[in-house]
Design a protein around this ligand. Structure first.
Ligand SMILES: [Zn+2]
Ligand SMILES: [Zn+2]
Length: 380
């Protein structure tokens, strides 16, 4: 049976928050191990603390009021199905088989109310949304508390009844004669799934589950600086548990859409600009469309292809620190193609002026690599 948390504090269901506080203070004062040397006081003090916690947390108190135990962490609670009846259900059953069900007394019926599962929803975001943050309406299709029965699962005006298969114990025993003599096997009651109770008149809205599927839209705040694959947790926005148990959490997973210009590397953004050879040689000022608006990009005379220019603080904000990353601009210099006769003539003149029209000058441009290799071969 679920613990009588009201009884522990000397209260009855429906006690006000003030009553609970008052009863707790009075009993804690009497039972505190520092003032009460009685050996049983420590255990009682612990019970009182537990009851206080169960009745002052709204989620936990709702479970108590539904006949459940908010601290019940029995594994697979209520997962019993008619199929578990075949063979042994687990170690406990094996122990029972050998020791005549001695371990069964500690179990008792389990609560029908259990915690809900977490939910995961992906959200597609553009780069400016992950960089600057935004608020997105997320549609969640999940289990919510049934408003007709408030999670109890019973039709209005009716109550759960004690399971007749197990007489409310939550488990059934079968006796067999075997080699070791009489063998008693305990297993979860298949009728009530171990809760010790059945619902004769299920709620018409939820069929007795205490929750219904519903679609709702909630605004989700996306913090600035989130990255692809990160999850934002919304506590208590997941699935409501069976029997109206506390809801799990909702995780919103960020999926960042590729941007046509910028790629993201953590807090840094990267982009590529292509320059005509002449602008790279003479220098110029480019106007760059950044996420923050237009920015002037100063190209120094003699800029090489593959150069990198860094705009500090124009990247993505740091999620767990202050400041922003950088915008890294990769410069690509374009070699002119499809020269008309006049352009070709000008380029040849330029080449002649710079002494770049002789085959030897190419060798020089290699930085003397060929001659160094030759020297190495000749042992110099
Ligand atoms: Zn219902
Ligand atoms: Zn039963």
């Amino acid at each position: 049976m679920a613990k009588d948390y009201y009884g522990v504090l000397g209260l009855t269901p429906g006690a006000s928050d003030a009553d609970i506080k008052k009863a707790y203070r009075r009993m804690a004062r009497d039972l505190h191990p520092d003032v009460n040397p009685d050996p049983g006081a420590k255990d009682r003090f612990h019970e009182v603390q537990l009851a206080y916690e169960a009745l002052t947390d709204p989620d936990k108190r709702r479970i108590v009021d539904l006949g459940g135990d908010p601290f019940d962490t029995s594994p697979g609670g209520g997962m019993g199905s008619p199929f578990t009846g075949a063979g042994f259900g687990g170690l406990g059953d094996i122990m029972d088989a050998f020791f005549g069900g001695g371990g069964a007394a500690a179990r008792g019926p389990r609560s029908r109310t259990r915690a809900g599962r977490d939910a995961l929803i992906p959200v597609e975001l553009d780069l400016d949304e992950t960089v600057f943050g935004t608020t997105k309406d997320i549609t969640v299709d999940t289990a919510v508390l049934c408003t007709t029965c408030s999670g109890a699962g019973t039709a209005p005006g009716t109550h759960p009844a004690t399971c007749t298969t197990c007489s409310g114990r939550g488990e059934v025993q079968s006796v067999q004669r075997g080699l070791l003599g009489q063998v008693v096997t305990s297993r979860t009651c298949p009728t009530c799934a171990g809760t010790g109770q059945v619902i004769p008149d299920p709620c018409p809205q939820c069929g007795g589950d205490g929750r219904v599927r519903a679609r709702r839209t909630i605004p989700v705040k996306i913090p600035a600086g989130v990255e692809d694959g990160m999850r934002i947790r919304l506590t208590g926005h997941g699935e409501v548990g069976p029997g109206g148990g506390p809801a799990g959490d909702l995780y919103v997973e960020v999926h960042e859409r590729p941007h046509p210009v910028f790629t993201r590397d953590g807090e840094d953004l990267h982009c590529r600009v292509t320059l005509p050879m002449t602008s790279a040689a003479l220098g110029t000022t480019l106007t760059l469309d950044t996420l923050d608006g237009e920015a002037d990009l100063d190209i120094k005379p003699g800029t090489q292809s593959g150069s990198v220019l860094t705009l500090r603080g124009q990247g993505a904000p740091r999620l767990r620190a202050t400041g922003r990353g950088n915008l890294v601009v990769h410069v690509e210099v374009q070699t002119p193609t499809r020269l008309d006769p006049e352009q070709e003539k000008l380029l040849r003149e330029l080449a002649a002026l710079r002494g770049e029209d002789q085959p030897e000058s190419h060798r020089e441009a290699q930085g003397g690599l060929f001659s160094r290799v030759r020297d190495a071969f000749n042992g110099r």
